[in-house]
Design a protein around this ligand. Structure first.
Ligand code: 2AM
Length: 223
């Protein structure tokens, strides 16, 4: 019998340590609590509720995932393109179970997702698959995404609205970055945490004044 191939995981990524997860969840929930009380946000409430006068409790609106993480490669147990090649990279094999400090530099909120933008270091970019930024991106958006620095899609999904899959967070982030690149920024609001910008269709971007760092472990995950 030939030796069995090692099984591929659902995905690889950086997983926040439990105490870090608690800290990040608290800080980001505080932001949501403030956001839905802002006049600027209320002006665009219908983009979340479908009705102009209705209120929204963003803390209830988003369901948070079980374990906070930043996905590097979605392998889908080997069904995703490039899964095996990624798992076999020397950089990946060497990095398993190692500690990494991630830097969160912005938060995004859309009617679909709530996420944290992660700015990767050079060492971290070595674990970022070259094609990952472009996967599943709408053709119209591709030229702009290709012009963004590698790893621009890196994020931690903090929550999804009902019926939305986590993969949407990275796509929402790229859309926001593309709009920024085209100079399509709307209303800006100064908050304690940083500058909040509105980018049409219920999209909000908070550029953090100070990055939020989080200790993580690089590892694979299978259900
Ligand atoms: P996320 O990275 O935005 O959270 C398991 O489903 C994990 O893999 C989730 O964390 C999810 O999104 C990510 N994921 C799911 N499908 C994906 C895809 N097609 N491309 C990239 N990441 C994906």
């Amino acid at each position: 019998e030939p030796p069995k191939e090692p099984e591929l995981p659902l995905f690889f990524g950086w997983f926040l340590l439990p105490e870090e997860e608690e800290r990040i969840k608290c800080a980001t929930m505080d932001f949501l609590k403030t956001l839905d009380t802002l006049e600027a946000f209320k002006e665009h409430i219908s983009e979340f509720t479908g009705e102009a006068e209705k209120e929204v409790d963003l803390e209830q609106y988003f369901q948070s995932p079980l374990q906070l993480h930043c996905t590097t490669k979605f392998c889908d147990y080997g069904k995703a393109e490039g899964a095996k090649e990624y798992a076999e990279l020397q950089a990946v094999k060497e990095s398993l179970a190692k500690s990494y400090e991630l830097s969160v530099t912005a938060l995004i909120v859309t009617p679909r997702t709530f996420g944290a933008r992660v700015s990767l270091t050079e060492a971290q970019v070595k674990l970022w698959p070259e094609e990952a930024d472009k996967e599943g991106v709408a053709p119209a958006l591709l030229p702009i995404v290709e012009a963004l620095p590698v790893g621009s899609r890196a994020h931690v999904t903090l929550g999804c609205s009902a019926g939305v899959e986590a993969v949407q967070t990275g796509l929402d982030l790229l859309e926001i970055l593309a709009l920024q690149k085209e100079g399509k920024e709307g209303t800006q609001v100064e908050m304690d945490l940083g500058t909040l910008t509105y980018l049409s269709e219920g999209r909000w971007f908070l550029a953090l004044r100070e990055p939020i760092n989080a200790d993580t472990t690089f590892t694979s995950f299978s259900e």
